[in-house]
Design a protein around this ligand. Structure first.
Ligand SMILES: *Cc1c(COP(=O)(O)O)cnc(C)c1O
Length: 361
């Protein structure tokens, strides 16, 4: 028998979440963001589940190739564009919509001698300060791109630092970034591509012609403090395992490395086949919720490479072989993440290659 850990990806939940994004987007196009192996869910599964999206967005050429191989015929937005001239073979070959975010990429396009055009999306830096042209330089960039026979400018885009709200008005809250974006647009009357999940769900005043939701499509919340279920989202990834051992502890005995957790009473400790080598966060503290056979029990003791331990003292009927959910429908991934000082995104992306994955829906 294989080790009992398993990740189950629910394509129906992904379709449902896309429909939620579509409903919020109204008339805007929806680019389903599937970078980082579709946030750990698998490019091929995302291509199947997001068939109704207007396009998909990612940033790795190998993943773009996988999406085309899986039968994706609609647009693919390459979120960071290309990195060197040789990349243009695949950008043109796979007919990708390349983001152009800096002068170096502009020069690579100007030196290219192809004639069949590809669409490009010009990224404007409105305060995130990672990628994008200064708002003041956008008009000149557009003029240079328009002079190229092998390029069609499809849209202007920007990315919000504080899509969930808040942020600092001077340093770039959503409305401040929007003002800078509008100044960059000038006379531009084409498409604009703006909102990530947080902005789509929480900034209904943001317009534009296209949105780029990611995390919400997988059933994760983009906003700390608001559960995904409150946005009508369903968990797409379930990480399950089983109880493989039970220990009875006397008061004063400890569990696991560092003897972090010490029993204050006679305690029944369950050992679960899941550890940080599977992607469960090593920093998860005592009390992190674990679902065992219909009950929520607290994690106790340090997470090790292949095992975690839970307190079953209050659930004496639960024994070896009991089914366990680490995250999924019963334990929101965002709960585990928040207790561990991170976000659901990181846990999804960190699902380890050794975990077998199955698909439902
Ligand atoms: C990752 C990413 C998104 C999606 O963000 P979520 O928070 O997952 O919705 C949108 N736009 C860009 C440019 C991104 O890199």
């Amino acid at each position: 028998m294989p080790r009992p850990i398993l990740a189950t990806i629910d394509l129906d939940a992904m379709r449902h979440n896309l429909a939620q994004a579509r409903a919020r987007a109204g008339a805007r196009k929806v680019w389903a963001v599937i970078k980082a192996n579709a946030y750990g869910h698998g490019i091929e599964r995302a291509v199947a589940a997001f068939a109704d999206a207007d396009g998909i967005a990612l940033l790795d050429l190998a993943e773009a190739q996988r999406a085309r191989d899986a039968g994706w015929r609609k647009p693919i937005l390459l979120l960071e564009g290309f990195f060197e001239p040789a990349d243009l073979d695949l950008v043109f070959g796979l007919q990708l919509t390349a983001v152009v975010h800096d002068a170096e990429q502009l020069r690579m396009l100007e030196l290219d001698r192809r004639t069949a055009p590809i669409p490009v999306c010009v990224k404007v830096n409105t305060g995130m300060n990672r990628l994008g042209f200064d708002p003041g330089s956008v008009a000149a960039v557009l003029e240079r791109l328009r002079a190229l026979p092998h390029v069609n400018v499809a849209a202007l885009m920007t990315h919000f630092a504080n899509g969930e709200g808040g942020g600092n008005r001077e340093l770039g809250d959503v409305m401040q970034q929007m003002r800078r974006f509008e100044s960059a647009c000038g006379a531009w009357t084409g498409e604009t591509c703006l909102a990530n999940s947080a902005a789509l769900l929480m900034q209904p005043q943001i317009g534009g012609n296209a949105v780029r939701p990611g995390i919400m499509l997988y059933g994760g919340s983009p906003a700390s403090g608001t559960p995904a279920a409150a946005f009508g989202l369903r968990a797409a990834m379930e990480l399950t395992s089983a109880l493989i051992a039970v220990q009875d502890l006397a008061p004063g005995e400890a569990v696991g490395y560092g003897s972090r957790w010490v029993a204050r009473r006679r305690s029944r400790i369950g050992v679960i086949a899941a550890g940080y080598a599977d992607g469960y966060p090593r920093v998860a503290p005592d009390g992190t919720p674990v679902w065992v056979e219909g009950r929520i029990v607290p994690l106790v003791g340090r997470v090790s490479m292949d095992m975690i331990t839970v307190d079953l003292t209050e659930t004496p009927d639960i024994g070896i072989g009991a089914r366990v959910e680490l995250w999924g429908r019963h334990v929101p991934i965002d709960d585990v993440a928040e207790r561990s000082g991170t976000v659901g995104y990181e846990l999804m992306c960190a699902l380890a290659p050794r975990v077998p994955v199955t698909t439902v829906g």
